[in-house]
Design a binder for this molecule. Structure first.
Ligand code: ATP
Length: 234
């Protein structure tokens, strides 16, 4: 579904990614793990069209997207949930969600998407008239995922959805990611919580200093001595 091939990229004169290749098959949950500053967010931003790669190419369902602006990539069915749970605090939950459907002009289709998101995250329906800034961290995470889902993506990329959340809340967020898979959505998940991410994912890639150093089935990665030592603390 997604093919990233030989991507080098970064910010202006600063190269962060070095010859990165990965694939995500339809229906898969793929985890991209690695330490702080490895370049995970930079890779997601490059795939989403927010940064232009210096080299390489990216295809979504067989179509090259590395030369497209972000909104055109969203229109092709790929959405990004950025790091940091940025909601519009003085707008209601429903208004935040509707912003996610910015490409949709049909009121009926926006309403339909909203109802779908409310089915996936009933808490958002309960809180729909509440100001987003007053939600808990976990609820805000659901809201930003819900907002991305409003564009009806077939592939959803998530950047550190568990960051800064209490362990019980992390489990709720991860359970909702599992629900997305059941809905037929393909997921590329960036996480520092390596164990949890690999326990949830089908396959994983390890990014170190902007390079993919290891990839494989999650179970294989979880038992890999280098992964254990570097990321699992065992
Ligand atoms: P984290 O989990 O800490 O976000 P990461 O793996 O997602 O880590 P990136 O955020 O992609 O890492 O950062 C990779 C490198 O790019 C870092 O050295 C960072 O300082 C640098 N970087 C990130 N954003 C910018 C920017 N806007 N301008 C210049 N350099 C940046």
């Amino acid at each position: 579904m997604l093919e990233v091939s030989g991507i080098s990229g970064g910010y202006g004169g600063l190269q962060v990614l070095w010859d990165v290749s990965l694939i995500v098959q339809r229906g898969e949950l793929v985890a991209l793990v690695g330490a702080n500053g490895a370049g995970k967010s930079t890779l997601l931003k490059t795939i989403a069209g927010l940064l232009r790669p210096f080299k390489g190419h990216i295809t979504l369902e067989g179509v090259r997207i590395d030369n497209m602006p972000p909104h055109a990539i969203v229109a092709r069915g790929l959405a990004l949930v950025p790091e940091g749970r940025r909601v519009f605090p003085y707008m209601t939950v429903a208004e935040n969600l509707e912003l996610g459907a910015f490409l949709e002009t049909s009121r009926a289709r926006i309403k339909e998407a909203l109802e779908w998101v409310y089915t996936l995250f009933p808490i958002l329906k309960e809180r729909r008239s509440q100001l987003a800034g007053t939600l808990s961290g976990g609820e805000q995470q659901m809201l930003v995922i819900g907002r991305a889902l409003m564009s009806r993506p077939r592939l959803l990329m998530m950047d550190e959805p568990s960051l800064g959340l209490a362990p019980a809340v992390v489990s709720t967020v991860f359970a909702s990611i599992r629900r997305l898979l059941e809905e037929g959505i393909t997921v590329l998940l960036v996480e520092q919580n390596v164990r949890k991410a690999l326990e949830l994912a089908h396959r994983g890639y390890v990014l170190e200093n902007g390079r993919i150093v290891l990839s494989g089935a999650s179970a294989t990665l979880l038992s890999d001595p280098n992964v254990k030592k570097a990321y699992l603390g065992v």
